[in-house]
Design a protein. Structure first.
Length: 128
């Protein structure tokens, strides 16, 4: 059974001085440093319960660039909130000492039926 690394994702939305809506994605760990974790290790990004209501991972919620078979995409899931899109999981299959950038993509449909998407581009240090 793989080890598990939990990363908390908080999404905050507000209206700025210019009346334009702004979205901020915050992580409990950036970069994610996998040194000493062994392999395989499952990385679970969990939407924090304090995130503004309605935000969830979109279909491709986490995209790790250029990893080949070193990582595998396990997709979205339920983080215990009852919403199947509040957790996104990848499994690190092997370490290689490289640092990989990745993209977090979250979405929500507001009361106005407008779907908003926000992205953030943190990184993973893939040490064994």
């Amino acid at each position: 059974m793989p080890g598990i690394r939990q990363v908390t994702v908080a999404v905050k939305e507000w209206t700025g001085l210019s009346k334009q809506r702004k979205v901020e994605i915050q992580l409990s760990e950036d970069p994610i440093d996998l040194a000493g974790e062994g392999a395989p290790v499952q990385i679970q990004w969990n939407m924090d319960s304090t995130s503004d209501q309605g935000w969830q991972f979109d279909l491709n919620g986490i995209r790790i660039n250029g990893v080949g078979a070193r990582f595998s995409d396990d997709g979205r899931g339920d983080n215990g909130s009852g919403n199947p899109n509040r957790r996104y999981t990848w499994t690190r299959n092997t370490g290689d000492g490289q640092t990989y950038s990745y993209l977090i993509s979250v979405t929500r449909t507001g009361a106005d039926n407008v779907t908003r998407t926000a992205t953030w581009d943190p990184s993973i240090i893939n040490q064994q």
